[in-house]
Design a protein around this ligand. Sequence first.
Ligand code: HEC
Length: 211
Amino acid sequence: MKLFNAAIVSVAGSVAVLAVTALAFAASGPTSSGSDPAGRVKVDTAVDRFGKLHVPANYRTTYQFLGTWAVARDQGPGSAEMHVLYASPGTIDAYRKDGHFPDGAVLVKEVYRAATEAMTTGTVSHVDSLRGWFVMVRDRNGHHPASDVWGDGWGWSWFDAANPSVASRSLPMKDGVVRPTFDYKLNCKGCHAPAKATEWIYTEGYPPLKP
Ligand code: HEC
């Protein structure tokens, strides 16, 4: 009987531990997908088994930093927006080896409104509130031919800051027009045409990819 009790206590104990762990994952972010048994934070691939993209959980700590863009204001000094780029682990090494983005590589572009102020270095812009994310996932073999977010070697999506799990149709364009579609050919491709020769990516902005 004693043994039996001990077994129950130990099972109850592990359930409690599991519950606490699950809570810890939930608290670490809206799309957090937890950690492996060794406690390492899991690297998220940004795509589910149906080919739907999401903003990868924990990318700020598990991905590698690629570079930053500053979009100038139309009037006055400083930047209107700042864009901050991350790549999934392994992307930089692979690109430096053969000049290609490897299959499965994920690029995350954070889009921030910028704030500009006088600092001791001069007039300085820095990131302010987050507008959302662009996410691209490399697919060299065209695994999703029927999907309108996959094609030309990538999966392409935009996410509003409020919802990193579900792609948004309301991609904010500079002229204020919102494109009411998910189709990357309408939403993304035209604007990325100048970078076609570098696999549709503006590689000049990313020091870690340079020789
Ligand atoms: C108005 C033109 C425009 C549209 C629309 C656009 N992009 Fe871009 N994108 C750019 C430019 C220019 C850059 C690099 C400079 C910058 O960030 O300002 C860029 C950079 C990126 C990057 C960083 C990697 C790179 O190519 O340098 C990602 C990821 C990205 N875009 C994804 C997308 C996706 C996905 C869509 C569609 C949902 C999209 N973009 C729509 C112009 C555009």
